[in-house]
Design a protein around this ligand. Sequence first.
Ligand code: SF4
Length: 510
Amino acid sequence: MTTRDIDVTLPRETHNDRTMLGMPTVPGRGNLREVAPFQEASAHESQNVQLRTNLRNATHSIQDKRDQRVAEMPDWEQLRDAGEAIKSDVIARLPELLEQFEAAFTARGGHVHWARDADEANDIIAGLVEDNARVNEQGRRDVIKVKSMATQETGLNEALADRGIDALETDLAELIVQLGNDLPSHILVPAIHRNREEIRRIFLRGMDDVDPDLDSQPAHLAEASRKHLRRRFLSADVAVSGANFGIADTGTLSVVESEGNGRMCVTLPKTLITLMGIEKLLPSFGDLEVFMQLLPRSSTGERMNPYSSFWTGVADSDGPENVHVVLLDNGRTRALADEHGREALHCIRCSACMNVCPVYQRSGGHAYGSVYPGPIGAILTPLLTGVDEAENGTLPYASSLCGACFDACPVKIDIPTMLTRLRAQDDEVNHGEKIPRTQLDAALKGAKWMMSDGRRMNLIGKALPIAHITTPSEGMTDLPGIGGKWTGTRDIPQPPKSSFRSWWKDNRDE
Ligand code: SF4
């Protein structure tokens, strides 16, 4: 894909709630698939008491820290407004900013590649590794990796393994997931579902150089991983990273992280390859002022990130000599073509929405199937792939619509509204609208018909005195059919003698 594939005539004819941008809408591929309907997967996962306990402890402690750090900021709401405005500007001018970024990155000695989907991105990266990494004694090649959601999305590690390349995760949580042959369950803390004792056992099984008497003290576990990784940092020819932000006017890339492993990856190897979603741009370096305040407070509850690395092309005798960036679409232009859904591309992957989500806290990340769990995953995954893909149409129902995600989001993504829109899309695309599927559908259709006309509502008002007389004074406690689901847990009180409208008509002059 090149920037010429993107029609820059923004905006926009609107048809049926969609804005047609003339962009190619390639559906997302890779690890963006539900394997079972969310309701089934979450019912299964929520049986795991250990998982629920780990999740509750971890999400509550991150959330408490986040709340404290946010409370320190008198201008937090203004920062959120600024973040939202900058991201809206980026999405509205994305083609122009991508071209600006490409020109600036190339001018500083970097190489830009465009990937239409996950397969194309994996193929480009594997080719670059084959060109730049030595073959080891086992006849394979090694790369070290910085934690990256984009590479999780494309399934890069598996694709590299098929080409004889072993990718070593260097982020502690990602390493735990990799050694445990596991799947990440949280954007920021991928091993959030594991406790210390489980991690100790994973290390003993998965590391060939670990002390067999390793205990579960966090400091000892961290030391074991440090020793395991150090040798690989020093010997690797190639590192692969994601990017938190790309700066359009300077061609700068950045990674923010907590452990320093990312810093080692982006500075030590001779070749650095970065996979970045096309929506991760910011117009200028100055915009980082807003996001470097919003991101650490929302993600880890810290005032600033311990390690923030920035690189702009190549520099003599400093850092990698060979720098590449792969710009990934994988369904993003598809999401961009959705007038309302495009707001999901504002996401900075802080994970604040999942830490407050009552559904995520009980079901955990694996229930969502996709690498993007929680409220953002429930909208982003179907937007990237389409609600008709596999079981992704069930993801928008993974919410109680309580709105906590919207309140927590540092860039003010209106997740609840998007969820209801996607539910409507699922209904239209996957189920059709002609035949009501359940008694509840039939009841809701009837209510909609009745309530959408004032004269019909008047008729209901007129029927109230009869309903009042025919209903027992203690209310209805045992309705048949779908009504029984309601009366099984609460009563329907006796209707009033008259409607508010009639009462108002009779009493308005008093
Ligand atoms: S949707 Fe908002 S709160 Fe959730 S991960 Fe993205 S930026 Fe963070």
